[in-house]
Ligand binder design. Structure first.
Ligand code: NDP
Ligand code: OXD
Length: 316
C-alpha cells in the first residue's frame, strides 16, 4: 500500500524496549512508507499521527497535535488515562488470537484445579494426609464467567468440552450456545446466586471497579471460589479475605491484584486459600500483536473501520 505524505507512528514500549524494536521492523516491512520512531526519540511531535503505548507518560498526548489513533498495547485500556485523550483521537485496544488462547488455557487450568481440588490436595500433601475428597461431576459444577467479550468467550469455549454447567454475565444481553446468559445489574444477582466458580474477565470501568466485593460474595453459594484475571481494581481485597476467613468463599485465584507488582508485605501473598500469579494469564504475543496493529493501520489508512475501537462512554 502506498501512503500519501509523511505518516509517522511513535511507539512507547517503555517496559520492553526490545519489543518496540521488533515492532518497528515488522511495521517497516509491512508498511514501508510509515516511519516508526521509538520513544523517547520521537522527533517533531507534530509529525506523529499514530501512537502505541501501554501507559501514557503524563502530558505526552497534549504535545501531539496531529494524533489520530492511540493503540493500546493490551486488551484493556484502563491503564491509559482516557481523560487525557482528546475526543478526536480514536482509541483502539488489542484484539489478537494468541491473547484469547492464553486466557483460555489459564482459565481452563485454574477452573480444573479448583473443580478437582488440586489446592486442597496440595495442602493435604504437606500434612502427609492420604485423604480423598468427594468427586463432583462437571455437570454439577456451575462455572460462571463475568465478561462475555473476547476473553470471556474464549474461556467458555475452553471449558465447554468438560461438561460444566456454564453461565455468563455481560452488560448487554448475549446469546451463547450452551451458556445461561445473564446481563445488567439485576442479572448479576441471579448469576452470582448460581455460580460455584466465578471467573472474572471484565474490563475495569467505573461500573465494575471493586465489583468483587462483600455484596457479590454474599450472594454466591457458600464455599464458592473465584478466579480473577480481569484487573486488580475489580477486587475489594479486605472483603475477599473476610469472605475466605468466614468460609463464604473457599478459594481465590488472582492473576491481577489491586497493586501490581503486589508488595512483598501484602497479606494476599500469604493467605492459605489465595493463589497469586503475576498478571500472566494471557501474555501479549509480540508477533500476533504486531500483526493486529498492522492490520488496523492498513484498515485506517484505507478509510475502513478498525477492529477493537473503544467506546469511551462505556469505558471499554
Ligand atoms: P471485551 O471488551 O471484548 O469484553 C468485555 C465484556 O465485559 C463484554 O461482554 C461486556 O459486556 C462486559 N462488561 C463490560 N462492562 C460491564 C458491566 N458494567 N456489567 C456487565 N458486563 C460488563 O474485553 P476482553 O474480553 O477483550 O477483555 C476483558 C478484560 O480482560 C480486559 O479489559 C483486561 O482487563 C482483561 N485482560 C487480562 C489479561 C491478563 O493477562 N490477566 C489479558 C487480557 C485481558 P457487553 O458484551 O454487553 O459489551
Ligand atoms: C491486557 C493484559 O489487557 O495483558 O492485554 O492485561
Amino acid at each position: 500500500m502506498r501512503l500519501r505524505g509523511r505518516v509517522l507512528m511513535a511507539l512507547y514500549y517503555t517496559a520492553a524496549p526490545e519489543r518496540g524494536r521488533i515492532w518497528k521492523s515488522m511495521i517497516a516491512n509491512a508498511l514501508p512508507d510509515l516511519e516508526v520512531r521509538l520513544a523517547p526519540e520521537i522527533g517533531d511531535p507534530a509529525d506523529i499521527r499514530f501512537l502505541a503505548a501501554w501507559t501514557l507518560p503524563p502530558g505526552l498526548i497534549e504535545t501531539l497535535p496531529n494524533l489520530e489513533v492511540l493503540f493500546s498495547l493490551g486488551a484493556g485500556v484502563d491503564q491509559l488515562d482516557l481523560s487525557q485523550v482528546p475526543d478526536h483521537v480514536t482509541i483502539v485496544r488489542l484484539i489478537e488470537p494468541n491473547l484469547a488462547d492464553g486466557m483460555a488455557e489459564y482459565v481452563a487450568m485454574m477452573v480444573l484445579a479448583l473443580h478437582r481440588d488440586l489446592y486442597a490436595y496440595a495442602d493435604r500433601q504437606r500434612q502427609r494426609l492420604w485423604q480423598p475428597l468427594p468427586q463432583v461431576p462437571a455437570r454439577d459444577r456451575r462455572v460462571g464467567v463475568a465478561g462475555l467479550g473476547e476473553m470471556g468467550r474464549a474461556a467458555l469455549a475452553a471449558l465447554r468440552p468438560f461438561g460444566f454447567a456454564l453461565s455468563g454475565w455481560s452488560r448487554s444481553p448475549r446469546d451463547l450456545p450452551g451458556v445461561t446468559c445473564f446481563h445488567g445489574p439485576d442479572g448479576l444477582r441471579d448469576f452470582a446466586a448460581q455460580t460455584d466458580i466465578l471467573v472474572n474477565l471484565l474490563p475495569l470501568t467505573p461500573e465494575t471497579r471493586r465489583i468483587l466485593g462483600a455484596e457479590l460474595f454474599g450472594r454466591m453459594p457458600r464455599d464458592a471460589a473465584i478466579v480473577s484475571a480481569g484487573r486488580g481494581g475489580h477486587l475489594d481485597a479486605p472483603a475477599l479475605v473476610a469472605a475466605l476467613d468466614s468460609g463464604q468463599l473457599s478459594r481465590a485465584i488472582l492473576d491481577v491484584t489491586p497493586v501490581e507488582p503486589l508488595p512483598t508485605d501484602d497479606p494476599l501473598w500469604t493467605h492459605p486459600r489465595i493463589v497469586v500469579t503475576p498478571h500472566v494469564a494471557a501474555a501479549t504475543d509480540i508477533d500476533g500483536s504486531g500483526k493486529a496493529v498492522i492490520a488496523n493501520l492498513r484498515r485506517h489508512l484505507a478509510g475502513e473501520p478498525m477492529v477493537g475501537i473503544v467506546e469511551r462512554d462505556r469505558g471499554y
